[in-house]
Write a protein that binds this ligand. Structure first.
Ligand SMILES: Nc1ncnc2c1ncn2[C@@H]1O[C@H](COP(=O)(O)OP(=O)(O)OP(=O)(O)O)[C@@H](O)[C@H]1O
Length: 261
């Protein structure tokens, strides 16, 4: 299912935070969003998920305006792991992940064996089956992050939106969450700070000052000139001796300048 933004914008009062975003994300695509702190990535993801109403423009899922679809219907199509999510401290991890099934349940379709199986799979895929009975308040930051991702997976939506899913995670869990995201055959939109990790995406969108500055294949987007302009760092692409894959190395721009400049 195609997710698209049309002249999309959101302002806080009179301050534009996201402006003029036109974007079409294809079914099954892994689309990465990169950009400096405060460039509008989280705001754009909230707009794309339908959780935030645009100040101008619109978001469509398939051909339908997301604001015209019932909240429960949107939740069947789009799952989001936003930043700063709240979860009741009284819930166990399993109960939290079970919440992902809510959009699919109703008086005639109560939680059943198939839902249980989906929840078990989501717990296993995120490596937290052993934490299933633990209370939320006893979890570490990284364990909470993985439980949020498990809840979103259990939602079985066609589009998964993840805002910095690897923050809080150790390197093993960062790589396993990225590998999991890569394996999923659904559409994934993911904001990432690590530009090397972003290289695995099918396409990248680069945000700068609330605008989508460029969209394209990672190697086309993450050029040294663009990285310096947008992130104010110098970068160099070196080949991995094992397979020749590009690896980006960074230094602060001022450290490259001759002393006294
Ligand atoms: N409700 C709001 N009211 C005022 N300003 C806001 C609001 N929400 C976001 N902003 C501002 O909009 C800008 C973009 O915020 P956003 O969280 O979308 O950026 P981001 O690219 O996700 O940043 P980060 O990489 O730090 O997570 C920031 O300067 C932020 O302070």
């Amino acid at each position: 299912m195609t997710l698209a933004a049309h002249a999309l914008g959101w302002s806080a009062g009179r301050t534009p935070i996201v402006a003029d975003v036109d974007l079409k994300i294809e079914p099954g695509e892994l689309f990465g969003l990169v950009g400096p702190n405060g460039s509008g990535k989280s705001t754009l993801l909230l707009l794309l998920s339908g959780l935030r109403r645009p100040s101008c423009g619109r978001v469509t899922v398939g051909d339908v305006d997301i604001q015209k679809i019932k909240r429960c219907e949107v939740a069947r199509r789009i799952a989001i792991v936003a930043q700063q999510l709240d979860t009741s401290d009284r819930l166990s991890v399993r109960e939290t992940v079970e919440l992902g099934r809510t959009p699919w349940l109703g008086p005639l379709t109560p939680f059943g064996a198939a839902d249980e199986e989906i929840v078990e799979k989501a717990l296993a895929e995120t490596g937290i089956s052993h934490l299933a009975e633990r209370r939320w308040q006893t979890l570490s930051g990284g364990e909470r992050q993985r439980a949020h991702i498990a809840r979103a997976l259990a939602q079985k939506a066609e589009i998964l939106i993840l805002d910095e899913p690897t923050n809080h995670l150790d390197i093993h869990h960062q790589l396993s969450i990225l590998a999991l995201v890569r394996r999923l055959s659904i559409t994934v939109v993911v904001a990432l700070h690590d530009l090397n990790q972003a290289m695995v995406c099918d396409r990248l969108g680069l945000m700068s000052h609330g605008r989508l500055e460029a969209v394209g294949a990672p190697k086309e987007i993450l050029t040294a000139a663009r990285i310096e302009r947008v992130f104010d760092v110098c970068s160099r692409s070196i080949g991995d001796p094992a397979n020749g894959e590009p690896i980006l190395r960074f230094v602060l721009s001022e450290e490259k300048k001759p002393v006294g400049d």
